[in-house]
Design a protein around this ligand. Structure first.
Ligand SMILES: [Zn+2]
Length: 332
């Protein structure tokens, strides 16, 4: 597959419908990637930033915004691009800052379609997409087949916890694949989960296509956390340095990492207002108080206790929680 440069230029950037980094000259390239059309027949154009090395080397793809409400990942991808802009690198780095355009535009986790049968869809359950599927599945298919898959030896997917909840700096890695755990540790997150993966998730699809990957969660949905973004950027640059893409990055990397095998999610038994009684990364023992739920009159309804020993991985930052919504997640 060759890079296909179309005749259109939008805002000064060329439009492509396929990308093969091998076709490009060394240096920085900025494109719009033409994905598919919305219900008005207008094209979705994804921003793509490519850094092509002066020497051969590993080819990285860094994605963000697969979930549209996860802005810290997008901010980190921008900062990674800025850090690479003045460097002579080896190999290549393709950065896609906002994979889910319709979700990003609407502060929404999901892809938003006009099709009443498939009005919203979690794109991170749809990889590698379906050329004959619904709007979101076709969108994912083109992104995967013509932009992501052909250009990666290794991949990093940047996320946050979803709106209303927060994570520390938290990486997922399939421990059966040495490069996955190596990349996750090089990032220096607070926590790594040994994650065998699930169908439809970009990280899993990368791994099952022989392209080792890690997913990095950067704090909370929707709202920015610049210190955590900075740590994520330093961590990703540390990965690029270790794999020989760039020469040095100079930032200190966290080595105090909690590595867990499983998580347990404590969910609201009734809708209401939930005040966490723990903080992120706090160690808890079985039976410790985690959260207090109140009803709409402000009366206490229920106390939630730790079902086992673990470390607090996530909690709600929006007080109002739906029945069944996450209030605390422990890793152990
Ligand atoms: Zn996400």
């Amino acid at each position: 597959m060759n890079t296909e440069i179309l005749k259109d230029i939008i805002d000064g950037y060329p439009v492509i419908s396929q990308l093969n980094v091998d076709d490009l000259k060394s240096g920085k390239h900025t494109f719009w990637f033409r994905v598919s059309t919305n219900a008005l027949g207008q094209w979705h154009h994804l921003p793509v930033i490519v850094f092509k090395g002066h020497k051969a080397g590993k080819r990285f793809v860094i994605t963000a915004g697969v979930h549209g409400d996860e802005y810290n990942g997008m901010l980190a991808s921008h900062q990674i691009a800025n850090a690479l802009s003045d460097l002579k690198i080896s190999g290549s780095v393709v950065i896609v800052p906002t994979v889910n355009l319709s979700g990003t535009l609407n502060h929404n986790r999901d892809y938003i379609s006009n099709d009443p049968d498939h009005s919203t869809a979690n794109l991170n359950r749809f990889f590698p997409g379906d050329e004959q599927g619904n709007e979101a599945q076709r969108y994912v298919y083109h992104v995967w087949e013509h932009l992501l898959k052909p250009n990666a030896d290794l991949a990093i997917d940047l996320h946050t916890q979803t709106t209303g909840t927060t994570y520390p700096l938290y990486a997922f890695a399939d421990y059966r694949l040495p490069d996955c755990i190596k990349m996750a540790r090089l990032i220096g997150p607070d926590v790594i989960l040994n994650d065998p993966g699930d169908p439809g998730i970009l990280e899993t699809v990368w791994n099952r296509n022989g392209i080792p990957s890690t997913t990095l969660e950067i704090g909370m949905g929707r709202y920015s956390d610049y210190p955590l973004v900075e740590r994520a950027v330093s961590g990703v640059l540390n990965v690029l340095t270790d794999y020989g893409v760039m020469e040095s990055h100079g930032a200190s990397i966290n080595t105090n990492i909690y590595e867990g095998k499983d998580v347990v999610s404590i969910r609201a038994l009734t809708g209401g207002f939930y005040q966490p009684q723990v903080s992120l990364l706090q160690s808890v023992k079985e039976g410790d108080l985690l959260s207090i739920g109140q009803d709409i009159f402000g009366a206490e309804v229920r106390r939630y206790y730790a079902p086992r020993d673990g470390v607090v991985l996530s909690l709600n930052v929006e007080p109002m929680r739906a029945t069944g919504a996450l209030i605390v997640r422990l890793i152990y």
